[in-house]
Design a protein around this ligand. Structure first.
Ligand code: ISJ
Length: 469
């Protein structure tokens, strides 16, 4: 990657077009600049006019870090094994992209955002068709909010026959339009959107599948299987990811609110579960497994929390995740700090057992090395991984698509973050597919697990029905 400090964007584009002519290939040019503070969601909303179906949103509620992308400059979709494809694009970007303006700020410059399916051996289903098995894109406009500062990265793809004046005019015009309107963002009160139909997986069918899982865990050396279910919903009017993100960020403190659009579909949610964050040599991961509901009174809530901290089944379920995460990270990290005991993570609708993970890795490591090693942890797949995945592939009555998979971003310095796409839904027009899963052990009780998944529907359900419970 060439970093040019003093040249302005126009000159860099001219040089890139000349270079594209010589090498006969497109060249990517990005410019990073500081901008005045704006609400990332207002930017997302305003960009819809030009870039609906080509946006992403990412906001960590606890740190305030946010990324919003609009417009597809470069994209990658694939069927089958997807990891190589994204790495290749990133490598290509690193080798060929020119970045001008401010440098050294994480989450700025040419950055890929996206995700892939839970199970790369599975063909994508009809609902997930537009996303394919893997979808990442480098946005034309990227707004980054980092430590209270705001940055705009704009990216232009220069082809051999392009004219700098035209490219410059186009990007400037789009930028002016968005930023003129962003200041005037006005969220209108939405009319009531009635729910016309909804369908859950039948409780008997679910019970039967849980029984199957329990039986296989008793017969074979399988310790844990995560089983998921869906709820299909049809609303009267088209749903808007903008409005849903707005509700999620208001209601789901302590989570990461994310959304990835592709054509008319959007996959979004408020996940409490970080898979991996890499910042320079520092890495952060998390073990999250073992759940109980929140209660109405503080007293009852604490009692439930205490119960969870001491419940044998939940502690075991959690410990499987801790051990597997430790095993996955040990040889990628020089240092690894994992506390011996979990603590409680309390979210609006549910509380979990949580163990933090921090480490120090080699400079050359990529956030994708970690994703590949960790996914799926026993929190989303099971233990042993392969046996659990085989069972899920054969028995679970749904196609998970991007649900329970890593979703997130990676910049050209290989910094990035991928969280697990849970507490999520796929929306398309008036249709919604909600997803939720739970960890099964030999002594699981089907009805309890069904109820646990119902609680896990709540964050998205409340956003969809505009309830606050
Ligand atoms: C699978 C989900 O959640 C996972 C399963 C948990 C559990 O079984 O206790 C807890 C947190 C997540 O790791 C989901 O929310 O869909």
């Amino acid at each position: 990657m060439t970093v040019s400090y003093r040249q302005d964007f126009y000159n860099v584009i001219c040089t890139a077009i000349d270079h594209a002519k010589v090498v006969g290939k497109r060249c990517v040019v990005s410019e990073v600049k500081a901008i005045e503070s704006i609400d990332p969601l207002d930017f997302y909303h305003t960009a819809a006019k030009q870039y609906r179906g080509e946006r992403f949103f990412w906001e960590s509620q606890s740190t305030g870090f946010a990324l919003v992308g609009a417009g597809v400059a470069v994209s990658a979709t694939a069927e089958g094994d997807n990891d190589t494809l994204v790495r290749d694009i990133l490598k290509q970007l690193r080798n060929t992209a020119t970045v001008t303006g401010i440098s050294g700020i994480e989450g700025t410059g040419p950055l890929l955002f996206g995700g892939h399916t839970f199970d790369s051996t599975k063909q994508s289903s009809k609902e997930w068709a537009s996303f394919g098995c893997c979808y990442f894109f480098l946005p034309t406009f990227l707004v980054t909010k980092q430590e209270g500062q705001y940055y705009l990265t704009r990216t232009v793809v220069c082809e051999p026959g392009d004219h700098a004046d035209e490219l410059m005019r186009q990007i400037q015009q789009s930028e002016d339009t968005i930023f003129r309107n962003v200041k005037m963002t006005h969220w209108e009160k939405q009319p009531w959107n009635p729910l016309l139909e909804q369908k859950d997986q039948d409780l008997d069918e679910w019970t039967h599948t849980v029984d199957d899982a329990i039986q296989i865990m008793e017969e074979r050396a399988i310790k844990k299987i995560v089983l998921a279910r869906t709820r299909k919903m049809i609303f009267q009017n088209e749903l808007s990811s903008d409005e849903l993100i707005r509700s999620l960020r208001e209601q789901q403190e302590n989570t990461c609110v994310f959304c990835l659009e592709k054509e008319s579909a959007a996959f979004l949610g408020a996940t409490p579960e970080r898979l991996i964050k890499k910042s320079g040599r520092r890495i952060y991961s998390a073990c999250l497994a073992g759940s109980v509901s929140r209660a109405k009174t503080d007293e009852e809530d604490s009692r439930l929390g205490e119960w969870l901290l001491n419940d044998r089944k939940n502690r075991m379920e959690h410990q499987y995740v801790v051990s597997a995460v430790r095993d996955s990270l040990t040889d990628l990290c020089e240092q690894l700090t994992i506390p011996n005991q979990p603590v409680l993570m309390k979210n609006k609708n549910i509380q979990h057992l949580y163990t933090s993970v921090e480490g120090l890795c080699a400079e050359s490591a990529s956030v994708f090395d970690f994703v590949k090693r960790l996914h799926p942890t026993p929190a989303l797949g099971g233990l042993p991984r392969k046996a659990a995945m085989d069972w899920i592939r054969e028995h679970e009555r749904l196609n998970r698509g991007f649900y329970a998979s890593p979703i997130g971003w990676c910049d050209a310095q290989e910094n990035g973050e991928f969280d697990v796409g849970i507490r999520s839904a796929l929306i398309n027009g008036r249709n919604v597919l909600l997803y939720a899963g739970c960890g099964l052990l030999k002594d699981s009780i089907p009805k309890q697990e069904y109820e646990e998944t119902a609680i896990k529907f709540k964050p998205m359900l409340n956003a969809l029905t505009r309830r606050n419970s």
